[in-house]
Design a protein. Structure first.
Length: 205
């Protein structure tokens, strides 16, 4: 089958996930010191920005991957649904990270859960790349050389969160910092692979 309906589902779910992040931004009720109360909730803004950036980067690179897909099979649909399952849950650990980042006793599990969710998202994304790389009949022939690089890039992005998980047991705030650094790195890095928008400016459509 053609990839049109899957692309529509993916774009819709990414849009919903990004929108849900906004719902957890602070809204102090009956505040008499609104500026102070808003500034006091700075972890919520940081968590929002990091998660928005991470989901946004994943969407850009997933769009690049899908731009080279000319047809899909049932197994790729299943892999895509697994990937979307993780994307859809990102607002939940984001809200927990914002709420418990400064609470010594609860910051550790919040940091581990956040990084573990990002790890799962990266691995599911890498699986998508890998499956298409192993089934070149599903993609445009001219884009095939880009897929091994896409696999490595997605796998690296996912496995980097293992560091954040390990660090979380010693310093949850440092773990959150690593999450932010990973997002910044992949936002700014360029893969240089022709034919796909994998950190470059070329899209096959």
């Amino acid at each position: 089958m053609g990839p049109g309906r899957l692309k529509a589902l993916i774009d819709g779910l990414f849009a919903i996930a990004l929108t849900l992040l906004v719902l957890d931004l602070p809204k102090p009720l009956f505040s008499h010191h609104l500026t102070h109360d808003l500034l006091h909730q700075w972890p919520s803004y940081v968590a929002y920005l990091v998660s928005f950036a991470t989901i946004g980067i994943i969407w850009i690179e997933h769009h690049a991957m899908m731009s080279a897909v000319r047809r899909i099979d049932r197994r790729f649909l299943e892999i895509s649904l697994l990937f979307l399952l993780v994307v859809s849950v990102v607002p939940w650990p984001t809200a927990l990270a914002a709420q418990y980042a400064r609470e010594a006793g609860e910051a550790r599990p919040a940091a581990v859960l956040y990084a573990a969710t990002m790890l799962c998202m990266g691995l599911a994304f890498a699986w998508s790349w890998h499956y298409l790389d192993r089934h070149p009949d599903l993609i445009e022939a001219t884009a095939a050389p880009a897929f091994p690089v896409g696999v490595r890039r997605a796998l690296l992005g996912g496995l980097a969160y293992l560091v954040a998980i390990a660090v979380a047991f010693a310093s949850p705030l440092a773990s959150f910092g690593i999450d932010a650094a990973i997002a910044a790195y992949f936002a700014l890095s360029r893969s240089g692979v022709p034919g796909l928008l994998i950190g470059s400016d070329t899209v096959v459509d």
